[in-house]
Write a protein that binds this ligand. Structure first.
Ligand SMILES: Nc1ncnc2c1ncn2[C@@H]1O[C@H](COP(=O)(O)OP(=O)(O)OP(=O)(O)O)[C@@H](O)[C@H]1O
Ligand SMILES: [Mg+2]
Length: 282
């Protein structure tokens, strides 16, 4: 297989290798080069990760289809966050394969390259810029992006301004656009951070315990948001909140001791005696 040409991802509108790609007319931030012709967004095969001999992931294999909203559940220490670390290049597995679409070998990319390839990750704690307005946070998400930063003078084009409006609507913060981010509720900050990820139009979104600490109302709104994002984006959602999972899940994967224990509808996995034993029955 041909090596991934990094410049073709960073500067999709230019001929890779032309040298001054960053100065070329910059268009929209949109990951290019993702081949999902076989309907697969993410393919993990036989991934193992050891920490001092302890297997955090143990021959983990998982496939997520394009546009799918997949929930990942499993007890503490099952390896859910470690799996996201592998996908995003933070942790290198001892063995196994990780592919984004048909052609992007995630294990060959650095963390920033994974982001630029179209994978956005939401950590549990919101990390918005508290002193900036909601709107400025969304703009900053664009400016912080390598593909935009490479241009000499950064000015929002019409398409990017439209995208900010669109994202403000998606995350339900239209009325709060001018508000200082630090004054938002915990749940609103979480939405803003998701909005910042959405500015980069990720193909795949990884969300680690997104509703932890949210009120019931915020949790319900987040469920609606995720359902609305599926299709256009592929989502992998790790969550312990079963009511939330019930609202959004089509297919659920149960991790246990670093491997897939069960997979299916929430009803199917909840009825699986092995799942009841390790997790749900406790
Ligand atoms: N950097 C590390 N060094 C050593 N051990 C680690 C490291 N990261 C994770 N582990 C261990 O690997 C196992 C899996 O951890 P991980 O954080 O992936 O679990 P998790 O499924 O996300 O759990 P939780 O539901 O509590 O978030 C745990 O036993 C954890 O202690
Ligand atoms: Mg975790």
């Amino acid at each position: 297989m041909a090596e991934l040409d990094w410049r073709a991802i960073v500067y999709p509108d230019t001929e890779a290798g032309s040298g001054d790609a960053g100065a070329a007319g910059y268009g929209h931030v949109r990951p290019a080069g993702l081949d999902t012709s076989h309907g697969v967004a993410l393919y993990l095969d036989d991934i193992s990760v050891s920490f001092d001999g302890f297997k955090a992931l143990n021959k983990l294999s998982l496939t997520i289809g394009v546009g799918e909203l997949r929930c990942i559940i499993g007890p503490n220490g099952a390896g859910k966050t470690t799996m996201m670390d592998v996908i995003t290049g933070k942790t290198r597995p001892d063995e196994g394969q990780a592919w984004f679409g048909q052609t992007i070998d995630l294990l060959k990319l650095r963390e920033a390259e994974v982001v630029a390839a179209g994978i956005g990750r939401k950590f549990q704690k919101p990390t918005v810029f508290e002193d900036l307005s909601v709107q400025d946070n969304l703009e900053l998400a664009l400016k912080a992006d390598k593909r935009v930063r490479g241009t000499l003078r950064f000015r929002l084009n019409a398409e990017q301004r439209d995208r900010i409006e669109e994202v403000l609507g998606l995350i339900g913060l239209h009325d709060q656009a001018a508000r200082r981010a630090g004054d938002l509720s915990h749940g609103q900050k979480q939405w803003l951070e998701i909005g910042m990820l959405l500015m980069l139009e990720p193909k795949l979104l990884l969300l680690d315990e997104p509703v932890a600490g949210m009120t019931d109302f915020e949790t319900d709104r987040t469920a609606e948001l995720f359902v609305s994002l599926a299709g256009r984006h592929t989502l992998m959602v790790v969550e312990h909140d079963m009511e939330f999972v019930r609202k959004i899940a089509h297919k659920v994967t149960v991790l246990h001791e670093g491997s897939v224990l069960a997979e299916g509808s929430l009803e199917q996995v909840q009825a699986d005696p092995r799942v009841v034993e390790v997790y749900l029955g406790r």
